[in-house]
Design a protein around this ligand. Structure first.
Ligand SMILES: NC(=O)c1ccc[n+]([C@@H]2O[C@H](COP(=O)([O-])OP(=O)(O)OC[C@H]3O[C@@H](n4cnc5c(N)ncnc54)[C@H](OP(=O)(O)O)[C@@H]3O)[C@@H](O)[C@H]2O)c1
Length: 177
């Protein structure tokens, strides 16, 4: 029996939807790291193989979370994580195991598929107040009318945060699409 888990996407994006460069992030934001950790701890996190490889080895697998990695490479293995051959089978397994919340944590390819396939129930997007000309991966443009958007927090640029930013929570609008 599958559980009705919610599927929650979480990402930090620049002013032009920038996500990363050279398989790394574009910023050091302690407040965002803390926000990510608080929300995802105790839950499933699903990521693409490149994002898994971008994690610093000491944070791999992400502690106190069930880590799931998707790869088309049947020989790929990730110590401390479950590996799946596609996003849907990772979600199916999490549901079979009664996961309450399933977080989609990137990167660009995985976000795009999750949004295009309308798998996502909620999103937490950190809007970073910076533009990055050399970014090489971007968050997809989303249909604003599909979402009810609420600001749930913000942070200033300071010693811990290279840029200021806002935490926005997106829930699906009542209108059926
Ligand atoms: N700002 C943020 O919040 C945030 C969050 C996460 C990541 N990032 C950044 O995003 C970048 C990485 O994103 P990315 O788009 O290059 O890579 P990605 O989405 O993390 O991983 C892509 C890989 O996932 C696998 N994959 C994708 N679609 C699949 C499918 N349908 N079935 C099975 N496997 C599939 C493939 O692995 P194989 O090649 O092994 O088949 C593919 O190469 C980095 O710069 C990272 O720092 C930013």
């Amino acid at each position: 029996m599958q559980h009705l888990s919610s599927i929650i996407l979480i990402a930090a994006i620049g002013k032009n939807q920038e996500l990363g460069r050279n398989n790394d992030l574009l910023w050091r934001l302690k407040s965002d790291m803390q926000f990510f950790k608080t929300l995802t701890s105790g839950h499933w996190v699903i990521m693409g193989r490149k994002s898994w490889e971008s994690l610093p080895p000491r944070f791999r697998p992400l502690p106190n979370r069930t880590n799931a990695v998707v790869s088309r490479n049947a020989d790929f293995s990730a110590e401390g994580a479950h590996v799946f051959s596609n996003l849907q089978s990772a979600i199916d397994e999490a549901r079979t195991l009664q996961a309450e919340k399933i977080f989609i944590i990137g990167g660009a390819q995985i976000y795009r598929q999750a949004i295009e396939e309308k798998l996502v129930d909620e999103m937490y997007l950190t809007h970073v107040n910076g533009s990055f000309d050399d970014a090489d991966v971007f968050f997809p443009v989303i249909e604003e009318s599909y979402w009810h958007i609420q600001e749930i927090g913000r942070f200033d640029a300071d010693l811990n945060n290279e840029f200021s930013g806002r935490f926005l929570h997106y829930t699906k609008n009542a209108v059926k699409f």
